[in-house]
Each structure stands twice: as structure tokens, then as C-alpha cells.
Design a protein around this ligand. Structure first.
Ligand SMILES: NC(=O)c1ccc[n+]([C@@H]2O[C@H](COP(=O)([O-])OP(=O)(O)OC[C@H]3O[C@@H](n4cnc5c(N)ncnc54)[C@H](OP(=O)(O)O)[C@@H]3O)[C@@H](O)[C@H]2O)c1
Length: 246
């Protein structure tokens, strides 16, 4: 298998860490971004102790200039980016009639704006080299909507609109663009939800439990594979059966 250079945004988070580790286990050189240097270095050290070496580049994905500088820094450290995983994301949950403009804007900028901000400085190189893998980490709630998440569901649905447009524009350049839509995975993002609400969520999952980060990472590795070259514009739901729309 060809070793590639991968950038996973939000790689220090729950799902992001699993994606970084899985891509490294597949033989790729992996970088992620950070905003808080001390936190990122502690993460890097912890990963190193377990045998994983990851590159770090400063960058807020919600800021176009910072995202471009982050991409250039990764290129400097590892070389041209061949696999891009747009994974960084946040929630600011509240019902729409209580939502303020900041809660809307932060979620749209971080989850959806980041797809423009990070992919734009990467795409020209992929087109020139005629090879690329781009994966958006969307959400089940972008597919089905969710009470209290008009901002997040709009951003996550938008991510797949972005995927299917880029997939068409770049298909002739050896670049595939796909979306992974996880259901509820037991990371900090979901553990921040009150326990009684979480119990109600689990009750809606036919497999009967929250997902594990590795189960999402596996799908990213699949899309990044050389042989996945005829799969583009797909949206893969990984949700324990909670939402089976198609
Ligand atoms: N957990 C779930 O059940 C679930 C389900 C469906 C979809 N997802 C999606 O999966 C992705 C990862 O989620 P997770 O559960 O792993 O979340 P997480 O543990 O909270 O990690 C989020 C990561 O994104 C980074 N990040 C956030 N805002 C950023 C910004 N403006 N610039 C740069 N980095 C930023 C965070 O960095 P900092 O440490 O600097 O904050 C962190 O590394 C998200 O897109 C999320 O929406 C999660």
C-alpha cells in the first residue's frame, strides 16, 4: 500500500484521535491541527508513548487565513496533503427560538465553513497530482434533523452538499470525496449530554449502545484506500441502525 500524507482536522478529539491512529496503522503519515499548544503537545506525547508519531500544526479551522497557514505548515513538515479528513466540529445546542446569532455562526463556521477553509488550500495540489481522498465527518443529525440542533443539523447537511459537488468537480482528477455520518459515539461531545437524555438516545439505537470512535475511523480508512477509487459522492451512515434513511 502506498504511504500517503493525511491531515485530520480536530485530530485531538475523540473521533479524530481514532482516525489519526487508524490512518497511521494503515501506514500513512498523519498530521492534525491545534488551537491550544499545551493541550496538543500533551496529546502528542500520550500518543507517542503508545507508538504513534503525529505532526502538529496550529490552526483554527473556522478562520480561512489560519486554516491556510495550517495546511502550508503540514506540507512543510510532511509533504503535500493527499488525504484530508474534515473532522473538526462543535455543538452549541439550543432550540431555535432561543438560539442567538453567535451560536448559529460558530457552529456553521466550525463545521461547514471549515470545509471551505481547509479544502480550498489543498485541492489545487490534489488536482495537479491527480490523486486525492477527501472525507467529511458529518452526522446522523444532518440526515434526520434533531430537536435543539438547527445550527448543527444545517451545517452537517451542508457538509454533504459540499461533498457531492466537489465529488463531481474533481472526479476526473483521481480525487474522491465522500461523507461519513456517524450516529452517537461515546466521546466528550456526547458524554456532555445529560445522562437521562443519553439513555433515551441509546434506547433508539437498534444495536443497543453508543458507537466507538474506532468504528468511525474504520470507514475513513476504507474511503482513503486506493481501491475505493470508484466510490465518490457517497454518504455512509454509521449509527447502530438508528437512522436507516436512504
Ligand atoms: N461524538 C459523536 O457522537 C458524533 C456524532 C456525529 C458526528 N460527530 C462529528 O464528529 C466530529 C468529531 O467529534 P468528536 O466527538 O470527536 O468531538 P470532540 O471530541 O469534541 O473533538 C472535536 C475536535 O475538533 C477540534 N476543533 C473544534 N473547533 C475547532 C476549530 N475552530 N479549529 C480547530 N479545531 C477545532 C477540537 O479541538 P480543541 O481541543 O481545540 O477544541 C477537537 O480536537 C465532529 O465534526 C462531530 O460533529 C460526532
Amino acid at each position: 500500500m502506498t504511504a500517503r500524507v493525511a491531515l485530520v482536522t480536530g485530530g485531538t478529539g475523540g473521533i479524530g484521535t481514532a482516525i489519526c491512529r487508524h490512518l497511521a496503522q494503515l501506514g500513512h503519515k498523519v498530521a492534525t491541527n491545534y488551537r491550544d499548544e499545551a493541550k496538543a503537545k500533551a496529546w502528542q506525547d500520550a500518543q507517542r508513548k503508545e507508538g504513534f508519531e503525529f505532526a502538529l500544526a496550529r490552526g483554527d479551522v473556522a478562520d480561512p487565513a489560519a486554516a491556510e497557514a495550517m495546511v502550508r505548515e503540514v506540507e512543510k513538515q510532511l509533504g503535500p496533503i493527499e488525504i484530508l479528513v474534515n473532522n473538526a466540529g462543535i455543538t452549541r445546542d439550543t432550540t431555535f427560538h432561543k438560539m442567538n446569532a453567535l451560536q448559529w455562526q460558530e457552529v456553521i463556521a466550525t463545521n461547514l465553513g471549515s470545509c471551505f477553509n481547509v479544502t480550498r488550500p489543498v485541492i489545487d495540489g490534489m488536482r495537479e497530482r491527480k490523486w486525492g481522498r477527501i472525507v467529511q465527518i458529518s452526522s446522523i443529525n444532518g440526515q434526520k434533523g434533531q430537536y435543539g440542533q438547527a445550527n448543527y443539523a444545517a451545517a452537517k447537511a451542508g457538509m454533504h452538499g459540499f461533498t457531492i459537488s466537489l465529488a463531481q468537480e474533481n472526479a476526473k482528477f483521481g480525487i474522491t470525496v465522500n461523507t461519513v455520518s456517524p450516529g452517537y459515539v461515546g466521546t466528550d461531545m456526547v458524554m456532555a449530554v445529560p445522562e437521562d437524555v443519553r439513555a433515551k438516545i441509546v434506547a433508539q439505537i437498534p444495536i443497543g449502545r453508543l458507537g466507538e470512535p474506532d468504528e468511525i475511523a474504520y470507514a475513513v480508512g476504507f474511503f482513503a484506500n486506493e481501491q475505493a477509487r470508484w466510490i465518490t459522492g457517497a454518504n455512509l451512515a454509521i449509527n447502530g441502525g438508528q437512522y436507516m434513511g436512504w
